[in-house]
Design a binder for this molecule. Structure first.
Ligand SMILES: [Zn+2]
Ligand SMILES: [Zn+2]
Length: 823
């Protein structure tokens, strides 16, 4: 028996040798396989490894280990599959699982059925939908056991968001394995009133189809545009347009709805404003009278649209000015366009007026100007829509004009009418005449300054002359007279008389400040004497005061000149001269200032003062130098020198006194000593020791050495003089001291003076370059030990001829070289 699929209630096997083949996993045996009668031999079951095959025996116990059933090719059924207990009519093939063998009982296959927990509609929500699943294991056809999620199986889902068929996948765990699917349907979400986001209730007419953009919303969720289709109707013309939303097939939503919006009239755009023709003012003319022309208005597609311009408020009566008024453009196409408003200028000019009744002028007298002629009456009207009387005033165009009597009621003068409303009306000009009557000559007062001594000296305007009889009348200063002027002008007929009586006042005199000396007996002041004069009126020149005393003027000294120069000892003289009268006076000029040499500020220094040796005569300081700062003062010109106590042994004084530019005195001292044997003095570069002293101060000295250093090359030659002056006293040089010039290595030549009688021991010791020694003295009597020892080996001694022999013997006592030469 071969089963190829399907739902089988039960299989009854009556032949013990029957073979049962399950070729398809979809075979479902609802109740079981029943064996009747001939059981016990063999059942061959060929099955796939996922079928569940209950075998129900006919009330007979199945012994464990009996071969009731054998597997087909590749499948071995073992006897212990059959968990048989007594009187149990069901053999549950669930207990044994072998690899790659028939797996029964734990498989989630036909023995298991899966159902959704609730059989209600599942609707698209945008999220995963996970309806609960119940899983039952079919123990028999009478009852079932529910498996537990988590311990027996897990559930996963696929395709469970979008509308359509979704699957719940039950996967066995624990004692169960395999999977079993159950499908469920996700229904699309029905939206009857979605929200139109970004959609307005009104759109302006464009001449084109209006298709507003919007986003369809399900609450806060955007409904994708592929879920629906949009169509528009009535969406070009002004009016109500409709949007129809139609659900697209499939998809997650079920949408069908409508929305409406209004297409409203467009505002046309003014491309060019019209212009108003200028008008003139008229109180009865409204804006309606001003015509408007031109202008261009553009519609939604940039096309010119036709229509009419009108004033926004044509009841306005425009006044004179250039004023902005609103105009309205009313399109012919009122179906699609609104009216539009603009502002344009209207130029209203003033209106002309007409004088319909001339005014009259009051009469004036000759000499008056037109200002005196009062204008009255007259009537002015405006010739507009209605004749209107225009209030205003008349005035002379040139009121400075002075008409003559001859102009009276004859000459026309221009009168200007100025309307009260000068904003809106022009002025008007007309001409009228004036009555001019003759003028009477007035009495005049005339004040003149007091240069005018007679009436005739007062000048009159060109057409006037003084009455001859009056011209010579004198006028006192500060007084008055009356005189008659006669008018001779061309217009004299404009007056009722040609004579004018004038009262003339002459100003009082005023005294001048300047005194004059021109009258008899008057005298001008001089440098030293007073004068007498008079003053005159500064205006008319009359004498005002006489006998005016003016005191002497005093000298006017020049700046003077030095007539004797001052000296350091005598004052000078300055002489001044009067530039007017040449008188002279003198003034003393102070002595020249001297410098007091005793004062520190004079910076006087005194140098060159030496101590002296007593010689029985007065000593002076020949090297004395007096300086003021760096300047050396001159003896007997800048100072003098005197001495006191300058002869005897003791303290002597030098007194320096300032002379000429210098004053004061400085006293310096020096000492006069007695020459003492053994005392050494330095003169120039040499030292001398006094060896003998006399009462007059003269005596003898020994040359004792030099201030040159031993190796100084400048000291190559030594000449010992006959005498030397020490402290103003002349001494004979009679000896050379012991050691005086020992070891002077630069010394080459020595001359011994005429008065030398002895040369001391070691005097020239080790002067190794001393090559020549000239002895001029004829009195040499002693030469000390080693005096010439260590001098040049071939030293030459030049001695007086007559002393050659004696001196050679004497010199040798000084141990010169044996090779020394003697001449
Ligand atoms: Zn005067
Ligand atoms: Zn003078």
């Amino acid at each position: 028996m071969i089963l190829n699929g399907g739902d089988i209630y039960r299989i009854i096997l009556a032949d013990k040798t029957i073979k049962l083949y399950f070729n398809n996993s979809d075979i479902k045996i609802n109740e079981g396989i029943y064996l009747y009668g001939a059981y016990g031999e063999e059942i061959i079951i060929n099955a796939e490894p996922h079928n569940v095959i209950p075998i129900v025996l006919d009330g007979i116990s199945v012994q464990q280990g009996a071969a009731y059933a054998v597997a087909g090719a590749g499948i071995a059924l073992k006897s212990d599959w059959f968990n048989v207990s007594s009187n149990d009519s069901i053999i549950d093939l669930s207990t044994s699982i072998e690899d790659n063998k028939l797996r029964i009982g734990a498989l989630l296959n036909d023995k298991v059925y899966v159902e959704l927990d609730e059989n209600k509609n599942i609707t698209y929500s945008g999220s995963e939908l996970k309806p609960s699943v119940n899983v039952y294991y079919n123990r028999n056809y009478m009852s079932s056991v529910q498996l537990k999620e988590g311990s027996d199986y897990n559930v996963t889902y696929s395709d469970n968001i979008n509308a359509g068929t979704a699957t719940a996948i039950v996967t066995g765990i624990g004692a169960y394995s395999g999977t079993k699917n159950v499908t469920f349907t996700i229904e699309p979400k029905k939206i009857s009133s979605p929200t139109f986001d970004g959609f307005k209730s009104e759109y302006t007419y464009t001449g084109q189809k209006v298709e507003p953009e919007f986003t369809l919303m399900d609450g806060d969720t955007v409904i994708p545009s592929n879920e629906y289709e949009v169509s528009y109707s009535d969406n070009t013309e002004v009016g109500t347009a409709t949007i129809t939303i139609t659900d697209a097939t499939d998809g997650n939503y079920d949408i069908n709805c409508k929305a409406e919006f209004d297409i409203v009239k467009a505002d046309p755009v003014i491309n060019e404003l019209p212009v108003a023709d200028p008008i003139s003012y008229d109180p009865h003319k409204t804006l309606n009278e001003a015509s408007i022309s031109g202008g261009a208005v553009i519609g939604v597609s940039g096309e010119n649209i036709t229509g009419t311009w009108s004033w926004a408020d044509d009841s306005v009566v425009p006044s004179v000015d250039v004023t902005d008024y609103d105009v309205i453009f009313t399109p012919d196409d009122q179906k699609h366009y609104n009216s539009v408003r603009g502002t344009i200028q209207l130029n209203v000019s003033k209106a002309d007026v007409e004088v319909v009744e001339l005014p009259a002028a009051s009469g004036i007298t000759y000499g008056d100007n037109l200002a005196k002629a009062v204008i009255s009456g007259g009537r002015v009207s405006f010739d507009g829509i209605d004749q209107v009387e225009i209030p205003g005033t008349f005035a002379w165009k040139d009121e400075s004009i002075k008409p003559f009597v001859s102009d009276s009621d004859k000459t026309l003068y221009t009168v200007v009418f100025t309307p009260a409303d000068s904003v809106n009306y022009n002025t008007a000009e007309i001409e009228i005449t004036v009555n001019v009557s003759k003028a009477a000559m007035p009495n005049l007062l005339l004040s003149v300054d007091n240069t005018h001594k007679t009436v005739g000296s007062i000048a009159l305007p060109g057409d006037w002359t003084w009455l001859d009889a009056d011209a010579k009348t004198a006028i006192k200063a500060g007084g008055s007279v009356m005189a008659t002027a006669v008018y001779v002008g061309d217009d004299k007929e404009n007056y009722d008389s040609t004579e004018l009586k004038i009262t003339i006042y002459r100003a009082a005199c005023s005294e001048g400040k300047t005194v004059k000396y021109t009258l008899k007996g008057e005298k001008a002041p001089t440098c030293t004497k007073s004068g007498t004069g008079h003053t005159e009126c500064s205006i008319c020149g009359d004498v005002m005061s006489t006998g005016v005393y003016v005191k002497e003027l005093g000298h006017k000294w020049n700046s003077g000149r030095v007539t004797r120069k001052p000296t350091y000892t005598a004052t000078g003289v300055k002489t001044f001269t009067c530039t007017v009268c040449k008188a002279a006076k003198t003034a003393s000029i102070a002595k020249l200032a001297t410098t007091d040499i005793s004062k520190k500020t004079s910076k006087i220094t005194v140098s060159g003062i030496e101590n002296k040796i007593y010689n029985g005569k007065v000593h002076t300081q020949k090297s004395l130098v007096v300086k003021a700062g760096a300047k050396t003062l001159r003896l007997n010109k800048d100072y003098t020198v005197t001495y006191s106590k300058n002869k005897a042994v003791g303290k002597a004084s030098v007194i320096i006194r300032g002379k000429n530019a210098y004053s004061g005195k400085i006293t310096k001292t020096f000492t006069i000593v007695k020459a003492a044997k053994g005392k050494t003095y330095t003169v120039g570069k040499f030292r001398y020791t006094i060896t003998g002293a006399k009462a007059d101060g003269t005596g003898t000295v020994a040359i004792a050495g030099t201030t040159y250093s031993r190796s100084d090359k400048k000291f190559a030659s030594l000449t010992i003089a006959d005498t030397v002056v020490i402290g103003d006293v002349r001494f004979k040089i009679t000896s050379v001291s012991a050691n005086a010039f020992s070891r002077y290595t630069a010394l080459k030549n020595v001359t011994i003076g005429n008065n030398v009688t002895s040369i001391g021991a070691n005097a020239f010791l080790s002067c190794k370059n001393l090559k020549k020694m000239t002895i001029k003295s004829a009195k040499l009597r002693s030469v000390g030990a080693k005096a010439f020892s260590g001098t040049y080996s071939k030293i030459t001694f030049a001695v007086p001829r007559n002393k050659a022999t004696a001196y050679k013997k004497l010199i040798k006592k000084g141990s010169p070289s044996a090779k020394a030469i003697y001449k």
